[in-house]
Structures are given as structure tokens and as C-alpha cells.
Write a protein that binds this ligand. Structure first.
Ligand SMILES: [Zn+2]
Length: 237
């Protein structure tokens, strides 16, 4: 039996913001801790989404590739999907849906997983380009991100809500990635409108935060906490 009340994360958003993009955990190892999730790929080579125990990369060219077990990632969050709540929604903008979920469920101080399977009248995403050392900061990279958009598209959103208290481990609020059913469009979500679909929520009682203890750059990194909130806003919204 898998533990379904636990969220597992490798790396932190704060160190990704600083430009620590070297892959430090294999996909094979990551998938032992969850079958659904999101993240990025080593060298910041695109956005990642994990579902049904498979990990997919959406490159800055918009190409979707399934990742093999040996690929390394610097930052990823996963959980074993077994939602507590599933509700049908239709014709709602993403931002309104997110507000409604927080009004309907007392989860604002919890990490929770969110999966939305359905048809989206609008989906707008971004992906980041592969970097080489010396790595630029994440805000420098996202300033040049590729953006994609689609209308009336079927697919799946996977993501997490991070409580305000834990800004830095992740981005406070909703952080969502998308993959179309046809595997031809996806990425880190900028905006969406749900035409109709099933929204599933899974609150977690535990967080397992795993660190890249053998990574020299991580051990020597010195996160600028004073600037962190502004940098996260720039990079993730
Ligand atoms: Zn993302």
C-alpha cells in the first residue's frame, strides 16, 4: 500500500530560483515516491508533468517526450494519487475555480494535490529552455520563456497548492502543469478556462522534503531570502 497522505519533494523552489538546475535525482527514484506530480528537468530542460506513473517533459519547442528512468531532475514534487474529493465543474475561469475551491474546502494551510481532467476552452502555458553552466537565475530564464496556447483542448492538469507559510519550498498558492490527451501541448500553466471537467483534491498530512545532499552547488548555495518572494512572483506567475 502506498502512502496517499504524503507529498514528496526533491529540491526546493528557492534553490531553483538561484539557478541550481543540475539534475540530482533520477526519474526512476522519483517515481518510487509518487505516480502524479510536477517539476522540471536537469539543466532546466523544459517543464515536467507526471501521471499514471509516467513522467513527461514539455520542451521549450513545445515537444512532449516521455522521460526514461535515468534522466535526472533538480526539482520535482510527487504523490500517490487517491483524491479525497472529486467535483464536476463547468464553464469557469481558472482563477475563479481556485478561489471557489479554497472557499469550499478548509485546505488553505495544507499542501494539497489537484488533478483536473476535462475540456479546456482556453489553455495557456509556458516552458523554459535548456541552460548550460554558469546557470543564469530563474527570473532571467523565464523572461525568455516560450509560451503556448490552445482552445477547446482535452487534457489533464496536475499540480499543488502550497500554503503561504511554505513559500520558498514551493510557490505559495496553486502551481499547475498541463498535458493534452493527444500529448501535443502542455507546460507550466499561465492561465486556463475549464469548459467542463472533474476536479480532484487530495490534502496531505505530511511533507517529505528531500535534499540533494551530494550536490556541491546546493551545499554551497546562499539563498537571498530578502529577494525570494519577489523573484518567485516573477518566475512562477
Ligand atoms: Zn511549473
Amino acid at each position: 500500500m502506498h502512502e496517499t497522505n504524503k507529498i514528496y519533494q526533491h529540491g526546493t523552489l528557492a534553490t531553483l530560483i538561484e539557478g541550481l538546475y543540475e539534475g540530482t535525482l533520477s526519474i526512476g527514484e522519483l517515481l518510487k515516491h509518487g505516480d502524479y506530480g510536477i517539476g522540471t528537468v536537469g539543466d532546466l530542460d523544459g517543464e515536467m508533468i507526471t501521471m499514471d506513473g509516467k513522467a513527461f517533459q514539455i520542451t521549450s519547442e513545445g515537444q512532449v517526450n516521455q522521460l526514461t528512468d535515468n534522466v535526472l531532475v533538480p526539482f520535482a514534487t510527487v504523490h500517490f494519487h487517491q483524491p479525497d474529493v472529486s467535483i464536476q465543474f463547468e464553464n469557469v475561469a481558472g482563477s475563479i475555480l481556485e478561489e471557489q475551491l479554497l472557499e469550499l474546502y478548509p485546505y488553505q494551510n495544507l499542501f494539497f494535490g489537484i488533478v483536473i481532467k476535462g475540456t479546456f476552452s482556453k489553455m495557456s502555458t509556458r516552458s523554459v529552455a535548456k541552460q548550460s553552466k554558469p546557470y543564469p537565475t530563474l527570473t532571467a530564464v523565464t523572461a525568455e520563456q516560450s509560451e503556448f496556447s490552445a482552445e477547446h483542448i482535452n487534457g489533464t492538469i496536475v499540480g499543488y497548492f502550497t500554503p503561504k507559510l511554505f513559500q520558498g519550498i514551493g510557490a505559495a498558492g496553486f502551481h499547475l502543469h498541463f498535458l493534452s490527451d493527444k500529448m501535443d501541448m502542455g507546460g507550466h500553466i499561465l492561465d486556463y478556462h475549464l469548459e467542463n471537467g472533474m476536479v480532484s483534491l487530495q490534502p496531505f498530512s505530511s511533507l517529505e522534503q528531500h535534499f540533494p545532499i551530494e550536490n556541491d552547488a546546493f551545499l554551497k548555495s546562499n539563498v537571498n531570502v530578502a529577494k525570494l518572494h519577489d523573484e518567485i512572483k516573477l518566475a512562477e506567475n
